[in-house]
Design a protein around this ligand. Structure first.
Ligand SMILES: Nc1ncnc2c1ncn2[C@@H]1O[C@H](COP(=O)(O)OP(=O)(O)OP(=O)(O)O)[C@@H](O)[C@H]1O
Length: 627
């Protein structure tokens, strides 16, 4: 297991919770506060030409302070890695939420969409365009509030929001016509188009413009023609039309959007936001930190304001503030004292932190001193870590001293376009040999993706719903939770609050595994097996990468990139009085979310009914046991 020495003592690193084209994201715990965080880890070598994306993301997130923009707590740079410590969003991607429900109601869509509008209006007011708005880049927190992530493609044009941008970037299915044409464009206008696609996806459960061939996709986008399903209300149709206007000058503006009747329906106010870039100054949080640092709270505040806004102190302040906003008592764990004492060397440590370590030493030597810190609470429930920090042989070479490595400030490029271009219509028109041969609908994923047959879509939905109204199915031995060390047994999950799980009517996990393997094989998807997990990978489809052009020298990517995903056979417990059920957990690892959705739907459909020995069953079929 890779361990990250640079995080030692600062953050405990847990499982991987997401992967992107550039980063691996792990769940972590901020040692001082015990709060969960997400740690976005990027390998410098792997970033190559995409380094500006990281810098852009850090620069933007350092400035932004909005309740629907994912917070950046800290950045750590080592010789080999960047670590971005960000707010942990435990509710998953908005995309998964759409898939789980098939599509959202107008009321739920409105609630979510208002939050997106508020975040985007805020960004635009500060001169930023996001340029990669899509449901995969919108996460949900525990309270089901949205948080915008992935600012790697954002732009802050020097001349403000009325200055044109030139690099076509983002995800092709969300790209505005002017991006497809490779024309100059305004960041605010392309964001509005993407939001139109996003709103359509929320209300419909599929994309307005979609095609396995990039040529056809672009043709559809440029035509601006899409289906309007019968369930859309007149008001939502009108709103979507005003956003999906092919002529950017006729497209609704963000200000108009904030006041649109569909947006305000059922709410007393239009969408609003505070044009804030500073942390809120909170006395109680400063007092808590002061008790640990032995520093005047005004001094701590001053340091926070003067500092990089991406250090451990900032992270501690922001996480304490989060706790306070959630109504939790403010506390700093005893483990953090050890960290402050052991980790910060005199040379590399700001004066304030040296004070902090002095104070902690005193505290440790004289337990009575702890009484000084009456309010706020200093949590002493954690045991003190007195051991010296040992050198970890398994770690990166950049951190052998028990010091925080000097954090280099990430410089930002002045140009707006630290971005990856999408292939534009111009470039694809020029391609001599654009497409791989078309395959019949739903047959394979090697070269072309077909649209999902309705039945397959139903199967996935049926599975999702079935899980909530399951009677009973099988009789495997009940095992204790987390007792999954036996490689012959699948993981046992508690049924409450699960998402991305499909139920089956089989009582034999191995049989389900075999059926899935066969289905993947029949779909032409290469797959590797590890225990009860199948790792599937589709091949990239029909789009030649564009040669590198333009001033930003950014990496082009294919239109509907390959996707990799996991299907894990598991046992799901606690749904009824009956024995655990055999389920299939899906997880997108990389690539286009809609491609992934379609692949999963078709593989599950095939596994459920394509084989005479199949025991998989959708809940909405009459056979077998699921209700
Ligand atoms: N703050 C977070 N909390 C929980 N999960 C997260 C968080 N940030 C990212 N993730 C998960 O990790 C995945 C990858 O993150 P992210 O999109 O930031 O990486 P990336 O490499 O920049 O992606 P892309 O290739 O789309 O640019 C996300 O899709 C999400 O599932």
């Amino acid at each position: 297991m890779v361990r990250y020495a640079a995080l030692k003592g600062l953050y405990d690193v847990d499982k991987t919770i997401g992967c992107g084209g550039f980063a691996k994201v792990k769940l972590g715990t901020h040692v001082a506060t015990g709060e969960k965080v997400a740690i976005k880890i990027m390998e410098k070598n792997a970033l190559g030409d995409d380094l500006p994306r990281v810098k852009m993301e850090v620069e933007a997130l350092k400035t932004l302070a909005h309740q629907h923009v994912c917070k950046l707590y800290q950045v750590i740079e080592t010789d080999s890695h960047y670590f971005m410590i960000i707010e942990y969003c435990s509710g998953g991607e908005l995309f998964d939420h759409i898939v789980e429900k098939n599509r959202l109601t107008e009321t739920e869509s409105r609630k979510f969409f208002r939050q997106i509008v508020s975040a985007v209006a805020y960004l635009h007011s500060l001169g930023y365009a996001h340029r990669d708005l899509k449901p995969e880049n919108v996460l949900l927190d525990k309270q089901q509030n949205l948080k915008l992530i992935d600012f790697g493609l954002c732009a802050k044009p020097k001349g403000g929001m009325q200055a044109h941008l030139y690099t076509s970037c983002g995800s092709p299915t969300y790209a505005a016509p002017e991006l497809v044409l490779g024309a100059k464009y305004l960041g605010s206008e392309v964001d509005i188009w993407s939001m139109g696609v996003l709103l359509y996806a929320l209300l419909c459960g599929f994309l307005p413009f979609d095609d396995s061939s990039i040529e056809n996709l672009y043709r559809k986008i440029l035509s601006g023609k899409y289906d309007e399903p019968s369930w859309l209300s007149c008001s939502s149709k009108r709103l979507i039309r005003s956003m999906l206007q092919t002529d950017p000058k006729k497209r609704i503006t963000i200000q108009e959007l904030c006041n649109h009747p569909w947006i305000t329906a059922g709410f007393l106010n239009p969408v609003s936001f505070k044009k804030n870039t500073n942390f809120e100054k909170d006395k109680e949080v400063l007092v808590t930190m002061s008790a640990i640092c032995h520093e005047d709270r005004e001094h701590i505040w001053q340091k926070l304001m003067e500092g990089s806004r991406t250090d451990y102190r900032t992270a501690t302040y922001l996480l304490l503030l989060d706790r306070k906003l959630r109504g939790l008592p403010l506390r700093l764990s005893s483990a953090s004292r050890t960290h402050f004492r052991g980790k910060l060397s005199v040379e590399n440590t700001p004066k304030a932190d040296r004070n902090m370590s002095n104070f902690i030493t005193k505290l440790d030597q004289s337990p009575g001193n702890r009484m000084l810190c009456k309010s706020p609470v200093i949590d002493t429930t954690y045991t003190m870590l007195q051991k010296p920090l040992e050198t970890d042989k398994n770690t990166e070479n950049d951190f052998t001293e028990p010091n925080i490595p000097v954090r280099k400030r990430l410089r930002s490029k002045d140009e707006d376009d630290a971005a990856s271009p999408i292939p534009t219509k111009k470039s694809t028109d020029q391609e001599k040999n654009p497409a791989t041969p078309k395959t019949p609908q739903g047959t394979d994923f090697k070269g072309n993706l077909s649209s999902t047959p309705g039945s397959a879509r139903k199967v996935m939905l049926g599975f999702e719903r079935g899980l909530n109204r399951v009677r009973h199915v099988l009789t495997p031995k009940r095992r204790a939770k987390n007792e999954n060390t036996d490689p012959d047994q699948p993981v046992l999950l508690s049924g409450k609050g699960l998402c991305n799980i499909s139920s089956t009517s089989s009582d034999c996990p191995k049989q389900v595994l075999a059926q899935l393997r066969r289905a993947l094989h029949r779909k032409g998807i290469s797959c590797r097996q590890k225990g009860f997990v199948l790792l599937g990978e589709t091949e990239s489809i029909s789009c030649k990468p564009e040669p590198k052009t333009g001033k930003d020298n950014a990496r082009p990517f294919s239109a509907r990139s390959a996707c990799s995903f996991e299907l894990e056979v598991c046992l799901v417990d606690g749904l009824s009085d009956a024995k655990p059920l055999v389920g299939i957990r899906r997880k997108r690892l990389k690539g286009d979310a809609w491609v992934y959705k379609r692949v999963c739907e078709e593989v599950l459909a095939l596994a459920s009914d394509g084989d005479e020995t199949a025991q998989l069953s959708a809940s909405n079929t009459e056979s077998n046991c699921l209700i």
